[in-house]
Design a protein around this ligand. Structure first.
Ligand SMILES: Cc1ncc(COP(=O)(O)O)c(C=O)c1O
Length: 386
């Protein structure tokens, strides 16, 4: 009989929820008691799984969740999360009732939006709002003090709306050079001073700012990348106050093993040629899983040894050079630890000339996620079937 969420392919991502919990607990222990840790679980928990990460974060001490879109917040509500959720991105004013009825906090940053939302909002629905200030990120947010004042005045008279929070986002909190960061902080203060009555939740820090303790924690921090055990940027690795525990591993298994003779070729374009007798293994992961073609030549781990991906990466499969004949079914680690050897997400990001944030996000839904707690599998998600 088909089990719910069972999967049938030999490639999976392993998410260690104890690592997530630990990364949250460690950060939380550095914060004053009354500072909220808001767990950022947008983009399906940075590719790790929204509901599982949300639960682990709450267990670790998070008291607020943050997502990018209303859809992501509604998905968490559907999955049974009752804790406060803030939508960090823009939501159309016409959807205000859906947000209010589901007790979802919205971010806004335009006076016009408030007027339209007030016109749309039902008499018996209330909504919590956070005002976004653009202090130098140049993305979304109010930039002028008079706009802050007119927005405050508009909301003050409306019983259905609670201006619960105000926040901004830093562009350079993960950089050793803090000049621009300080300018943003200063601008935040100026804009917040424009309020007659300050909202109760002021929050500015992302992981980098919180870990480095370079901005006041105020009433909360928005904790994303570090919760997943990843360093916000290589440049601040030395400054971390505790060791981050990476939660994400990516594994597959040998599905075919063969010996090539000198001169025999591998994969599309026949670009790889065996120089001598070589053992080649095939693994069922390819660019449709987010294992991009540019990862050709990247090493993987097998029996604790580093071996290269050879030839072009196909849509669903790729080939690796084995040190010797190994049996079909042997586990291959693409990201994570195998017999004491490790391939980090940072290594893959380096190879792809990008940032670590992008790596778990790019591993597609076709790759099932398996969840580990206390060393045991506790849950799994086959996103194709369910
Ligand atoms: C508005 C906002 N706050 C907080 C975060 C979390 O940042 P980090 O993952 O660097 O902690 C993000 C992530 O992009 C964001 O967009």
């Amino acid at each position: 009989m088909e089990e719910q969420n069972q999967f049938y392919r030999d490639t999976w991502a392993e998410i260690d929820l104890d690592c997530v919990k630990e990364n949250v607990q460690q950060m939380k222990s550095l914060l004053p008691q009354d500072v909220a840790l808001m767990a950022v679980v947008k983009a399906n928990g940075y590719g790790h799984g929204d509901i599982q990460i949300a639960k682990a974060a709450i267990e670790g001490g998070a008291s607020y969740l943050a997502v990018a879109f209303l859809d992501e917040a509604l998905a968490l509500r559907k999955k049974g999360i009752n804790d406060p959720i803030l939508v960090l991105g823009a939501t159309r004013a016409e959807y205000i009732n859906i947000a209010g009825k589901n007790n979802i906090t919205l971010t806004f940053f335009q006076e016009e939006w408030v007027r339209e939302a007030q016109a749309q909002l039902a008499e018996d629905v209330t909504i919590k709002l956070h005002l976004k200030l653009d202090t130098g990120m140049g993305r979304i947010g109010v930039r002028e003090c008079p706009t802050v004042q007119s927005i405050e005045a508009l909301i003050m008279d409306d019983k259905r709306m609670e201006l619960e929070g105000v926040f901004t986002h830093f562009a350079t909190a993960d950089s050793p050079e803090l000049h621009y960061f300080k300018l943003q902080l200063q601008r935040f203060e100026e804009l917040v001073n424009a309020f007659q009555t300050r909202p109760k939740m002021l929050h500015v820090s992302n992981s980098a700012a919180a870990l480095r303790n370079i901005a006041p924690y105020l009433n909360g921090i928005r904790y994303g990348i570090a919760m997943y055990g990843l360093t916000p940027s290589p440049a601040i690795k030395e400054e971390l106050p505790f060791q981050l525990m990476p939660a994400f591993s990516l594994r597959t298994k040998l599905i075919h093993v063969k010996k090539l003779l000198p001169g025999e070729k591998v994969s599309y374009g026949a670009t790889y040629e065996a120089k001598e007798e070589e053992w080649i293994g095939t693994v069922p992961i390819g660019y449709a899983d987010g294992w991009l073609r540019k990862l050709q030549g990247q090493e993987v781990l097998i029996e604790g040894m580093r071996v290269p991906i050879v030839g072009r990466i196909c849509m669903d499969q790729c080939m690796i050079k084995l040190p010797f004949e190994l049996p079909v079914g042997t586990i291959v680690t693409l990201i994570g630890v195998n017999q004491g050897e490790m391939i980090s997400i940072d290594e893959i990001a380096d190879k792809l000339e990008t940032i670590n944030y992008e790596i778990p996000c790019m591993i597609s839904n076709r790759v099932p996620r398996v969840y580990i707690q206390a060393g045991k599998q506790v849950d799994m998600k086959n996103a194709i079937l369910h």
